[in-house]
Design a protein around this ligand. Structure first.
Ligand SMILES: C[S@@+](CC[C@H](N)C(=O)[O-])C[C@H]1O[C@@H](n2cnc3c(N)ncnc32)[C@H](O)[C@@H]1O
Length: 324
């Protein structure tokens, strides 16, 4: 009994030593180890192709991708098995009739993804009409990739390293970064990742960071609520993750990023309706992406320290701002 109490005190002290004020600038060691295990396990969806990227990201993604020229650069941060970037090398990058078909409800997917079909067809035609030499440069970054990276003229794979550890100089300036449940969703150092996104983007370049499915505030009690009715029950980690500011206030990670200077930040959506025979949802789901456009040369982002994380896929994390 007495021994159990002592053990509990020791565990608490160790926790405090690793995660509390004793190491005010260091990330919590347990939380760090948890995220590392999660990423190394690689047991999440890593095989999304260009169809999934088009369906999940807002319309502006595919329009921007279609407008990239041969001297431009797309960086996929957290590219998994790299199927989306590989697809860009295909002669037919996007078969728009088949994509439009996929957006319609089926028995297994009782939902309709609302889409501007004219604009989608126009973007697909633009992409499909390009010769390989006219396509942009692509860099795909992932810690883990199970298959051997395909050898492709325009695509470079950077595997085996954390994005945060790759020197900025290794990236040629980017026009577009995509992050589909990638680096920002799993990193213990989101402040560093954002600094890097800002640094490696060209002026007016954009980062598309997928943040999950939401329902608008009017239909629920709080600002946004996680909706567990997506095809795989997606979580909304950016609205649940939190940042404790230096002034003692606490905001969601989403609000913290939206408030940063240096990016013009917005949340863009694809609307998803439940089919009439579908689940109990009473209105559209907003499939949401944080779009960050670089609008300044320099940019001060407060330093963050990881305090806690769950093991969700993606995880819900807690950070706090720390002094230099
Ligand atoms: C959930 S998967 C998504 C993969 C891909 N975007 C897709 O939709 O199929 C997350 C990917 O991000 C990678 N990843 C997560 N954190 C990373 C980091 N800090 N640096 C580099 N890659 C990271 C993982 O290795 C994995 O490939």
């Amino acid at each position: 009994m007495f021994g159990t109490k002592i053990k509990a005190v020791i565990v608490w002290l160790l926790f405090f030593y690793a995660c509390g004020a004793a190491h005010a600038k260091m990330p919590c060691a347990q939380a760090l180890a948890k995220l590392d295990r999660l990423i190394q396990s690689n047991t999440f969806e890593v095989r999304r192709d260009i169809y999934h990227y088009t369906e999940l990201f807002p319309q502006t993604f595919i329009e921007q991708l279609a407008s990239l020229k041969k001297e431009d650069h797309w960086i996929d941060a957290g590219s998994g098995e790299g199927f989306a970037v590989e697809d860009l090398a295909n002669k037919t990058v996007l078969d728009s009739p088949s994509l439009l078909q996929q957006m319609e409800p089926t028995f297994r997917k009782p939902r309709r993804v609302k889409v501007n079909s004219e604009a989608l067809r126009a973007a697909a035609d633009k992409l499909n009409g390009k010769d390989t030499s006219e396509k942009p440069q692509i860099t795909a970054v992932t810690v883990k990739m199970e298959r051997t990276p395909p050898q492709m003229e325009k695509v470079k794979f950077k595997t085996g390293r954390y994005f945060e550890d790759i020197p900025n100089e290794e990236f040629s300036p980017g026009d577009m970064i995509t992050d589909l449940y990638g680096v920002m969703s799993y990193s213990p150092k989101v402040d560093e990742v954002l600094r890097k996104y800002h640094r490696i983007l060209k002026m007016n370049g954009r980062a598309y960071i997928f943040i999950g499915d939401y329902v608008p505030a009017s239909r629920v009690n709080s600002f946004f609520r996680v909706l567990q009715v997506g095809e795989s029950g997606w979580d909304a980690p950016f609205a649940k993750s939190q940042v404790k500011r230096k002034d003692g206030s606490t905001v969601t990670l989403l609000d913290w990023v939206l408030s940063l200077k240096g990016f013009k930040a917005s949340v863009q959506h694809r609307e998803v309706e439940a089919a009439s025979w579908g689940h109990a949802s009473t209105g559209p789901i907003l499939r949401s992406t944080l779009v960050l456009e670089k609008v300044t040369r320099d940019f001060d982002i407060p330093n963050l320290r990881l305090v806690h994380t769950t093991e969700g896929k993606p995880p819900v994390r807690t950070f706090e701002e720390v002094f230099e």
